[in-house]
Design a protein around this ligand. Sequence first.
Ligand SMILES: NC(=O)c1ccc[n+]([C@@H]2O[C@H](COP(=O)([O-])OP(=O)(O)OC[C@H]3O[C@@H](n4cnc5c(N)ncnc54)[C@H](O)[C@@H]3O)[C@@H](O)[C@H]2O)c1
Length: 274
Amino acid sequence: MYDKLFSVEGRIVAVTGGMGQLGRQFSLALLNRNARVAILDPAAEKEKLPEHFQAFKENNKLLLIITDVTKRESLEKALEIIVETWDEVPYGLINNAALDSPPSAALEETGPFEIFPPESWDRVMDVNVKGVFLACQVFGAEMAKSGRGSIINIGSTYGMVSPDHRIYEYKSENGGNPFFKPVVYSASKSALVNFTKYLAVYWGKSGVRTNLMVLGGVFNHQEQEFLDGYCSRVPMGRMAREDEYNGTVIYLMSDASSYVTGAAIILDGGWTAW
Ligand SMILES: NC(=O)c1ccc[n+]([C@@H]2O[C@H](COP(=O)([O-])OP(=O)(O)OC[C@H]3O[C@@H](n4cnc5c(N)ncnc54)[C@H](O)[C@@H]3O)[C@@H](O)[C@H]2O)c1
């Protein structure tokens, strides 16, 4: 009985932004546990996937579908391809696609709040919020009709508390431009907190559970000065490894979390604890 508790075997999970750093991790963790995965990403097929993904593709366990989450028709087409291929509505949806501005981002995206471009606001909100809304409309609705399913929205600590801009001060101290983590990223990720609760309530009796994973920063070979500043703010003293969120994905996609909905699970090494 307990062997099956964390099982995701045979479940179909759509992962938006699945070509990115974490999307690949989530996809591989699910595939390695015998789930079937559909990666929905504009970069699907354009980029070469690491070799260990190819075997899953050849064995009909992995679909790569070029999809833009900001377009309803694109999501509908992706759902159609999944159902045609596997003759089943997905069990899971991971709303992972998002736009962010890393420490190396263009100047206008990371300048002072007062001059943050409204066009950038729209572009990020379109993917990070409207994209999640549309994917839930298209996929979640079918999951609800099927009477089962799990939606995981991917949030950020910066949607729970403000970014600490002091950790970027080294940039101007080194003669560069002042860097501010963009307001739109925080606003978009905080929108998912209540969006998740809304859907958990709305689909409460349908069998579809909706939860939010609130992630802290992931190590990705960032500049040493950034790493020093970031890690000094984390009680655990380090960034996350890219595979450290997989356990929660498996938990939320399996029956181990059968009574969990509307939750915001904080995975941040303690960043928001002090
Ligand atoms: N990496 C981190 O440190 C970190 C920290 C906290 C939260 N997060 C969140 O985790 C998630 C994954 O982050 P990541 O670092 O892997 O990002 P990433 O930039 O590596 O990947 C994002 C993916 O989304 C895709 N994408 C962009 N626009 C899209 C669209 N319109 N439709 C579909 N897909 C689109 C991109 O092609 C890319 O493959 C994001 O929601 C991010 O906000 C990441």
